[in-house]
Ligand binder design. Structure first.
Ligand SMILES: O=C(O)[C@@H](O)C(=O)CO
Ligand SMILES: [Mg+2]
Length: 260
């Protein structure tokens, strides 16, 4: 049975951010993820996790000026100092929450530009090296160009091949099923092929990015496939609820409250 994590950046937006931890636990989730914790103190987040007996599955390293459109720095040769600083900014949150994996965003750049490609490789090595002593995996996630135009990392095959080529033990793939279906389709065959490099999975309906309960993808089949493949990581529910978050949790009912 997959281990689901509620994504608190998208779900439970009826509540203030810190109160979303309580709401997710009350709804039966045993783990959470979110994009960015940096507007809050690490101790305050750790306290919500502890109080609710929740595991922190994942969060993203600082992306730069998110409101201004920035999407990380890893493939930006001009932003290497920001990238280095972002690792230090994230570390107290990593330690306080006990998270075992962080998402390193690539940024807006052309994947076929030599300088960007070189910067990306260097950033992956630097970030992985920085977090290795803490037992933390660094994840890279391909994003589709409809949602994030101009994003450097927009190809699952490229990401998977790069991870295998670099052979950095704590560098893994963040496999967001929503992005994969939009970019390439053939999701199950890609899961089977890429499973050895996958460190985290995320889900949503396609094309709406609402609850994972219909539209293009057959999620009950996909969840069973993850079990068949022996996937033991988390599955982040990274979707925008159609209405009230609790009203859309029908897909989660068979799994609520299961502690593994
Ligand atoms: O899929 C997404 O959008 C997220 O997982 C993310 O980290 C970047 O926005
Ligand atoms: Mg995602």
């Amino acid at each position: 049975m997959p281990r689901f994590a509620a994504n608190l950046s998208l779900m439970f937006n009826e509540h203030a951010f810190l109160d979303r931890f309580d709401a997710a636990a009350a709804a039966g989730f045993t783990a959470v993820e979110f994009l960015f914790p940096y507007d809050h103190r690490p101790d305050d987040i750790a306290e919500r996790l502890r109080r609710n007996n929740l595991m922190q599955a994942l969060f993203n390293l600082p992306p730069g000026d998110w409101a201004g459109g920035e999407k990380g720095f890893a493939a930006r040769p001009d932003k290497f100092e920001d990238l280095q600083q972002s690792l230090h900014t994230a570390l107290p949150y990593v330690l306080a929450t006990g998270v075992r994996r962080v998402h390193l965003m690539a940024g807006l750049a052309d994947r076929h530009d030599g300088a960007a490609a070189l910067a990306f490789r260097r950033s992956l090595a630097v970030a992985a090296h920085f977090f290795a002593p803490h037992g933390i995996d660094v994840l890279i996630e391909p994003l589709n160009q409809r949602d994030v135009p101009g994003y450097f990392l927009d190809d699952f095959g490229f990401a998977h091949d790069l991870i295998r080529e670099l052979q950095i033990p704590n560098l893994m793939l963040q496999f967001d099923v929503y992005h994969c279906q939009i970019l390439h389709g053939d999701v199950v065959m890609r899961l089977r092929e890429m499973m050895p490099t996958i460190g985290h999975i995320q889900i949503a309906s396609v094309p709406s990015r609402h609850e994972p309960d219909g539209e293009e993808l057959n999620y009950p089949f996909l969840f069973a496939e993850l079990d068949r493949l022996g996937y033991a990581g988390f599955v982040g529910a990274e979707y925008r609820p159609r209405g009230a978050t609790l009203d859309g949790l029908g897909w989660f009912a068979p799994f609520a409250g299961a502690r593994m």
